[in-house]
Design a protein around this ligand. Structure first.
Ligand code: HEC
Ligand code: HEC
Ligand code: HEC
Ligand code: HEC
Ligand code: HEC
Ligand code: HEC
Ligand code: HEC
Ligand code: HEC
Ligand code: HEC
Ligand code: HEC
Length: 413
């Protein structure tokens, strides 16, 4: 007897996996009859598992089974209201991939209120190993391709955004995103690298004209400025890329290995994925061999004959390394410290190495604000000069303000 029931259940399960939907419960499922009461579907030990995960899809929460399942009367049988590949866009209509537009290298969703960049949903042109990998995680492809149901569970999930768990994998995005974007994780050295791609990227609705970057809460800026608020100081300065003429943009595009057309202000100097520089992930210069990455960055524009429209410095003077990083203020005894770097341009915070000057010791690349001198992006020059005076005494002021007129000394024989 027990064996027969087992067989029946197995048969029902088999049909279930064929795309038809059946109760797997030991109870005899009720025959469908008008009026249907969908509140009972997830109660009394029936499909209650659908609601027991951490995140539940909105229509399930509302017992709206009929939004996706059409009952067949007289049986406990349902058919889908529309083919599973298409049912999601009935409500999530902006993600109708037949409406995605290709603009340059990016996919774009155009809506009346706001347009977005979006990720493609297709495995077209991909090598077979990518498909195999996706299948090996227990995900399902439909017609050999990605659909909404490949990545999302229609009912509920323990992962945010109804993401399906991957077999033998703790996360979703690391393995999935990295399968196709391997080079991105190799070179990504932002402090968030241990976290997720989604701290900076969205998958379906990114900021328009950016590589799917998330939009900050103010709905205007890219996500970087939500965490690095103080860097909005760069807006409306001479380093605000958005104020540059096309001519100047074209001019500088030859100096650096810019990853994409520069789409956010920070990308003028930083790149998250394409840097060889230690720390601060500054862009790699195509015109400077200087090992100090900050000096290489700044002088690619400011000591470069090809940069016709950009103010130039006369010499790249390199100060002798300094062996201490702070001095007490002669009056207040408060510690005065400057921004120092290693010989390769890594920001130094300890005391174990000699400290190199760099352009960013005297100039703040991000600021042109109230707290700075009105011009030249200079950091607090009074404090800086106090530091210089500890060795140069009264001469410090002149040495400071004529810094760029000092010719580098030839190396000794
Ligand atoms: C947003 C659409 C949608 C809604 C709403 C929905 N389902 Fe489903 N359901 C599906 C899809 C799609 C499948 C196909 C299986 C899959 O791909 O996970 C499915 C499969 C099932 C299955 C088959 C076994 C399984 O768990 O995969 C059962 C049982 C089921 N649904 C019950 C329900 C019940 C009960 C409700 C209401 C509380 C409901 N569904 C609401 C889309 C939906
Ligand atoms: C009957 C309308 C309806 C259908 C059909 C539908 N959804 Fe939803 N979905 C919603 C609503 C409402 C929300 C909650 C509001 C929102 O986030 O936009 C939602 C939210 C989501 C979310 C975000 C959940 C979260 O935690 O933020 C995902 C993912 C999702 N749906 C995927 C799907 C997928 C995949 C399908 C197809 C199987 C689908 N939806 C079909 C109405 C629907
Ligand atoms: C390759 C996997 C994948 C496919 C295919 C996919 N999604 Fe997603 N979806 C994601 C990921 C990953 C997120 C979460 C991104 C995040 O946290 O910002 C997400 C988020 C969502 C959200 C939450 C809102 C948002 O934009 O963050 C909705 C709604 C959604 N997906 C619906 C769909 C629909 C509808 C389809 C089919 C047209 C689909 N997804 C196809 C991976 C996928
Ligand atoms: C099946 C392979 C595949 C998977 C999986 C995949 N991508 Fe992509 N992704 C691509 C391709 C190909 C492009 C290039 C754009 C195009 O051809 O539409 C791209 C482009 C991008 C872009 C740049 C978009 C732009 O407008 O410049 C970002 C950002 C991105 N993917 C992030 C992700 C994240 C995050 C994930 C994980 C949820 C992911 N990708 C998963 C294949 C994939
Ligand atoms: C700290 C923010 C941040 C994180 C975290 C991040 N990205 Fe990016 N991503 C960016 C920025 C900014 C760009 C634009 C190009 C650049 O600056 O390198 C970008 C560009 C991309 C591009 C497309 C354009 C290109 O340069 O080829 C892809 C694909 C991409 N990221 C994938 C990923 C994946 C996959 C992850 C997770 C492993 C990830 N990103 C994590 C900020 C981030
Ligand atoms: C979720 C928050 C978050 C987001 C989003 C974010 N960052 Fe960061 N970022 C951090 C944290 C935390 C640090 C480490 C701060 C520290 O060490 O002082 C950091 C450090 C940095 C550094 C300095 C690294 C170094 O070695 O000194 C740069 C440059 C940077 N972020 C740029 C960006 C850019 C560009 C974006 C947007 C593409 C971005 N960040 C997005 C949190 C974030
Ligand atoms: C003109 C070039 C330039 C631009 C544009 C730029 N940065 Fe920077 N940034 C630098 C340099 C050089 C450093 C390393 C020197 C330093 O630490 O001050 C740096 C360092 C940083 C740091 C780490 C040190 C700190 O001050 O916390 C963060 C975070 C950062 N930048 C974020 C951003 C963000 C966000 C943007 C876009 C709004 C941006 N930067 C735009 C040149 C630039
Ligand atoms: C991609 C090219 C580029 C990079 C990299 C760059 N700058 Fe600039 N910088 C400019 C341009 C363009 C101006 C504005 C010229 C103008 O319109 O007068 C400017 C202006 C300045 C000024 C003000 C000059 C004046 O006469 O008002 C200073 C100082 C300066 N930059 C220092 C730096 C430092 C220090 C760095 C490195 C942290 C740096 N810049 C990186 C392009 C660049
Ligand atoms: C010791 C402090 C100090 C250092 C280090 C320094 N600068 Fe300056 N810089 C200044 C001062 C002071 C001025 C203003 C000079 C003046 O009044 O003519 C200035 C002016 C400039 C100007 C504007 C020139 C003009 O004529 O408009 C640029 C561009 C510049 N610096 C770039 C750099 C670059 C690039 C580096 C790194 C190679 C750098 N600075 C390193 C102190 C410094
Ligand atoms: C630890 C002591 C020390 C501090 C602090 C110091 N310097 Fe120097 N500086 C020296 C020494 C030693 C030399 C001479 C090196 C030589 O002769 O080659 C020098 C040389 C110079 C020169 C070249 C002078 C010439 O005649 O060519 C300039 C310019 C200069 N310093 C500017 C500064 C500025 C600006 C500061 C503050 C930001 C500063 N120094 C801080 C020790 C210091």
């Amino acid at each position: 007897m027990a064996l027969t029931l087992y067989k029946i259940l197995f048969f029902l399960y088999f049909l279930g996996t064929m795309g038809l939907s059946f109760s797997l419960q030991a109870k005899v499922p009720p025959k469908n009859k008008e009026p249907m009461n969908y509140d009972t579907c997830t109660s009394k030990g029936c499909h209650s598992n659908l609601k027991q995960k951490k995140y539940t899809h909105n229509p399930i929460e509302a017992n709206g089974c009929n939004l996706c399942h059409n009952p067949i009367m007289g049986k406990h049988k349902f058919e889908f209201t529309s083919p599973p590949q298409e049912m999601c866009i009935v409500c999530h209509d902006s993600l109708d991939k037949s409406k995605f537009k290709k603009v340059g290298n990016s996919m774009v969703i155009e809506e009346e209120s706001q347009s977005f960049s979006t990720h493609r949903i297709s495995l077209k042109d991909f090598p077979p190993h990518i498909k195999r990998k996706i299948l090996s995680w227990g995900l399902t492809l439909y017609d050999q391709d990605l659909t909404c149901l490949t990545c999302h569970n229609p009912h509920s999930s323990d992962k945010p955004r109804l993401i399906r768990p991957l077999k033998n994998q703790e996360d979703f995005e690391k393995p999935l995103c990295v399968t196709c974007h391997e080079e991105k994780t190799k070179t990504q050295n932002h402090p968030l690298k241990e976290d997720t791609c989604f701290q900076c990227h969205n998958f379906h609705q990114g900021m328009i004209q950016t590589p799917l970057l998330r939009i900050a809460k103010n709905r205007r800026d890219p996500i970087c400025l939500q965490c690095h608020k103080e860097k909005t100081s760069i807006f409306n300065t001479k380093h605000d890329y958005f104020l540059w003429t096309d001519e100047r943009k074209k001019e500088v595009s030859g100096f650096f290995d810019y990853p994409t057309p520069t789409t956010i202000r920070c990308e003028l100097c930083h790149t998250i994925h394409h840097t060889k520089a230690q720390g601060s992930f500054l862009l790699t210069s195509k015109v400077s061999q200087e090992p100090h990455k900050v000096i290489a960055l700044c002088t690619s524009c400011h000591h470069n004959e090809k940069a016709k429209s950009i103010p130039q410095i006369k010499y790249i003077f390199k100060h002798v390394p300094i062996l201490f990083s702070s001095i007490p203020d002669p009056k207040t005894r408060k510690e005065i410290t400057l921004k120092f770097f290693s010989t390769t341009g890594k920001r130094m915070r300890g005391t174990e190495e000699p400290f190199e000057f760099s352009c960013a010791t005297c100039h703040n690349p991000h600021a042109w604000g109230k707290d700075y001198m009105r011009s030249f992006f200079l950091t607090n020059s009074t404090e800086t000069m106090k530091f210089c005076s500890s060795c140069h005494g009264k001469e410090a002021k002149t040495l400071y303000s004529t810094f760029h007129d000092h010719k580098p000394k030839e190396p000794h024989e």
